[in-house]
Design a protein around this ligand. Structure first.
Ligand SMILES: [Zn+2]
Length: 159
């Protein structure tokens, strides 16, 4: 679907709407045709702005044959949508969408924190004897309260 010169393709125009729906067709009967961003851009530059294919291919960073293939595909889809009453959805292609920035940041980081909350043993925790001050590295999964100070026998606490 995406041969060699994928990187560096620039699609500058952004659709005002990403979805076009014919009126009068109940959505359960509605079929959609998907126009990718390269196709959108090809139509925008060549058909709408009436730029030559040569210039448009340079703007988009693709070869002319590639562009004309993209354009052909786009026109086919658009005509199909108009003739068959399909919705048009614009998505895909190589456009990087900056509006998605920020979403997903911090997600998947387990917002609830570690299991057991702040009092649970993390790695590197220490147990301390409240009486004599003896300290010992806590063993994971073993609460300090279950331990007794080896020096004085007092129940230890988490430092
Ligand atoms: Zn002690």
């Amino acid at each position: 679907m995406c041969p060699r010169p994928c990187i560096g393709r620039k699609v500058r125009g952004r659709p005002l709407s990403y979805y076009f729906k014919p009126s009068g067709i109940p959505s359960k009967h509605l079929k959609e045709t998907i126009l990718n961003h390269d196709e959108f851009e090809a139509v925008r530059l060549i058909d709408f702005q009436e730029i030559s294919q040569e210039k448009a291919s340079k703007k988009m960073g693709v070869s002319q044959p590639t562009l004309s293939r993209i354009l052909k595909s786009a026109r086919k889809k658009l005509s199909e949508a108009i003739i068959k009453g399909k919705a048009i959805k614009i998505q895909g292609g190589n456009l990087k969408m900056p509006m998605q920035r920020g979403r997903g940041l911090g997600q998947g980081r387990n917002p609830g924190g570690r299991m057991g909350g702040p009092l649970a043993a993390g790695p590197g925790g220490k147990c301390k004897c409240p009486k004599c001050g003896y300290k010992e590295t806590q063993i994971r999964g073993q609460p300090c309260m279950n331990k007794k100070c080896p020096k004085c026998g007092t129940q230890m606490t988490r430092e």
